[in-house]
Each structure stands twice: as structure tokens, then as C-alpha cells.
Design a protein around this ligand. Structure first.
Ligand code: SF4
Length: 364
């Protein structure tokens, strides 16, 4: 296979690992922000191949995992309103909320449909003019432009029955919050490749310059990750943290101006509720007031009743913040498995608990 095999070449990987072992002298705690990196690191056994003084932590970069239980409760309550069709990406359906899950709500009669893009959701709205079709917008800066485009398209077509519930989250503010909390001490960050393709490498300059943390943006193949770790180790050993892109085939300093314009034509920066962290100012996206007719939070009266409860015994909040590993959770691989997940970190294909479960986190 062309193009992918080059980034999985064993000999090159061995050379990168040898170089890391040779250059790295100081203890280093590195966090991969993104769930896609977590999966690559586990799938290719990268943790076990690194010198023992390099510690790898997983961060909050799984969109399903960071969606707050209270927001899931609101989605379920909305799904129970007459004439509503909920459209969502598949992973969200299995995430337990306080009292139920979207999957269970669907079994009890709510019309909840898995879609693969907002194009599918728009199509459902066109074909069901007597229904109210709500797309649940989760994810980071990577998904927000596409969802913004769906609102612009719905406006163009004068669709009166298409809405978005915006649960989008922004990555630089949560990274700053994790560091400011002092809970997680880091020497370097493997920064998210796809998010950075949208927001640009420059959006992260504050990390090396204000926090003095080694920083490099990585792609998702094993050689991408190993090359990124090499860059981080060089910065740590030299004591000179800086902004580096180890994914230059995709990420530009300025990001993608077209996608950013689309995103900020539709959304304003707003507070967002993060699982395990709480409501954080400036860390989410809300639909602009002039597009309020497409905003599910403005159009529907959503009453969830009791405050949200986290699944008993689940440590997802701590796992997301990088202060606990899944194997420290008493439920891991016992009552919580991918077939019967207790928390979202075991549901999502990008969840840290699922990565530990599938690819041998018990080796920790
Ligand atoms: Fe939550 Fe399951 Fe992970 Fe424990 S193993 S933190 S219960 S998702």
C-alpha cells in the first residue's frame, strides 16, 4: 500500500526508538491530548517500547468522553419531546447518562438516528418536514466547521425543521485549564493533529512560551508519533521548549482560514460543560444569536429535572484529566467492558479505557 506503509515502516521506527533511548536522559512526562493518538500509542505498543523514565499520559481529547452527563441528560429529555428526531454520531448512543442512555431512550420509543455526517441529518430534515430534526454537535474544532456548514445550508434552503444542539469544545482553553489546575505536571505535549490543521500551530504558542512545556503537533501513524516524541525529547533535553509541527504535511501555522471563517460565522465562543472538569468559560461554541432559529437550546424548552449524577464508581473524570489511569479504576475490565461500558471512556473507540482494554493497558 502506498502512503500509509511508509508511516509504519518497522526499521525507521526502530531507528527513532534507538535515538529516543540515546538522547533521553531526564525523566519526562508526556501527554497525548488526542484520543486518536492514544489509540495509535496503544495499538502499536509505543508505551512499552519507550525508556521507562518516559511516562505517557492520556488527555481529554475524546469528544464523546468529555461530553458532560448533564448534557446527555438534556439530549435524552429532548428526544422524548413529541415530533423530535435526534440525529447523532454513533458512539454517543451508548454513553450512560444519569438515568438512561440514548440507546435506551431509543428502545423506549424515542426517534434517535445514527448519522455519519450532517449531510445525512439535513436529508432527514428535508424528508420529514412535519418533524423537528436535531443534530447533536459534539467534538472539537475539527468537527465544528462541518456542523457550521450544515446550519448555513439549512438557512440557504429555508429549512424550518433543522436544529443543532452545540456541545462543541475548544482544545487550547482546556489544555490551559489542566495546566493551571496544577493536578497534572507535564514536560511535553503531543498536540492534536486534526484540530491543529483547523486552528493552526500558532494557536498553541502559549504552551512553550507561557508554560515552558515542550510542544509538538503529531500525526496519527506510529512513525508520526515516534518522530513527535523525538522532537519533544530534544526540547526537554536542551531545556528549550518551542512550537514544533511534526505533522507538516497537514498542519500550517495559520491553520485553515476557510474552516475557521465558517466556524466563526456561525458560532460564538461560549462556556462549555466538560465531564470531570465542569463549566469552563470560553471553552465551547454557541450558535450566534442571529441564527437562533437553528439553535436547539433556544428553540426547545428542555427540562431534565434532577441534577446529573455520574455513573457510580466511574473515574472517567480523573482519567480525562490525566491524573488516574484506567487500571486504577476498580470497575475496569470487571463490570466495565466495551460490551457493557459504565463510563464514556470505555464506550468510545478513542476512549482511554477502551484503548487500555483492547491493546493491553494492563501492562502498566
Ligand atoms: Fe469509567 Fe469504566 Fe473507565 Fe472505570 S474503566 S473510569 S468505570 S469508563
Amino acid at each position: 500500500m502506498k502512503y500509509v506503509d511508509e508511516f509504519r515502516h518497522g526499521e525507521t521506527g526502530k531507528r527513532l526508538l534507538d535515538r529516543i533511548a540515546r538522547v533521553s536522559k531526564k525523566p519526562a512526562r508526556l501527554m497525548e491530548f488526542c484520543g486518536g493518538h492514544t489509540v495509535a500509542i496503544f495499538k502499536y505498543g509505543i508505551r512499552q517500547l519507550l525508556p521507562p523514565h518516559i511516562e505517557m499520559l492520556s488527555g481529554p481529547g475524546c469528544p464523546v468522553c468529555v461530553t458532560a452527563t448533564a448534557d446527555l441528560d438534556r439530549v435524552i429529555a429532548l428526544s422524548q419531546q413529541p415530533g423530535v428526531i435526534i440525529t447523532s454520531f454513533g458512539d454517543l448512543l451508548r454513553v450512560p447518562s444519569s438515568r438512561s442512555s440514548l440507546q435506551q431512550a431509543r428502545a423506549e420509543g424515542s426517534d434517535i438516528r445514527i448519522v455519519y455526517s450532517t449531510l445525512d441529518a439535513l436529508d432527514i430534515a428535508r424528508k420529514n418536514p412535519d418533524k423537528k430534526v436535531v443534530f447533536i454537535g459534539i467534538g472539537f474544532e475539527t468537527t465544528a466547521p462541518g456542523i457550521a456548514a450544515s446550519i448555513i445550508q439549512a438557512k440557504k434552503e429555508k429549512l424550518k425543521n433543522y436544529y443543532v444542539m452545540s456541545l462543541h469544545k475548544l482544545t487550547p482553553p482546556v489544555t490551559r485549564a489542566l495546566l493551571d489546575s496544577g493536578e497534572t505536571k507535564l514536560d511535553g505535549i503531543i498536540a492534536p493533529g486534526h484540530v491543529s490543521a483547523i486552528i493552526g500551530a500558532e494557536a498553541w504558542r502559549f504552551l512553550p512560551e507561557e508554560y515552558g512545556i515542550a510542544f509538538a503537533i503529531s500525526g496519527f501513524e506510529p512513525l508520526d508519533v515516534l518522530y513527535c516524541i523525538n522532537r519533544l525529547i530534544d526540547q526537554i533535553e536542551s531545556g528549550q521548549p518551542k512550537l514544533e509541527t511534526a505533522y507538516s504535511r497537514v498542519v500550517r501555522p495559520e491553520g485553515n482560514p476557510t474552516a475557521l471563517k465558517l466556524m466563526y460565522d456561525v458560532f460564538d465562543v461560549a462556556p462549555s460543560n466538560w465531564r470531570g472538569i465542569g463549566i469552563m468559560p470560553g471553552s465551547g461554541l454557541a450558535i450566534k444569536p442571529e441564527l437562533a432559529t437553528f439553535d436547539a437550546d433556544k428553540v426547545f424548552d428542555i427540562n431534565v429535572g434532577e441534577p446529573a449524577l455520574e455513573p457510580a464508581g466511574c473515574l472517567c473524570g480523573e482519567v480525562i484529566r490525566g491524573i488516574t489511569t484506567p487500571t486504577e479504576c476498580k470497575l475496569f475490565a470487571k463490570s466495565c467492558t466495551p460490551e457493557h461500558p459504565v463510563g464514556p471512556c470505555m464506550v468510545s473507540s478513542e476512549g482511554t479505557c477502551a484503548a487500555y482494554y483492547h491493546f493491553g493497558g494492563s501492562l502498566d
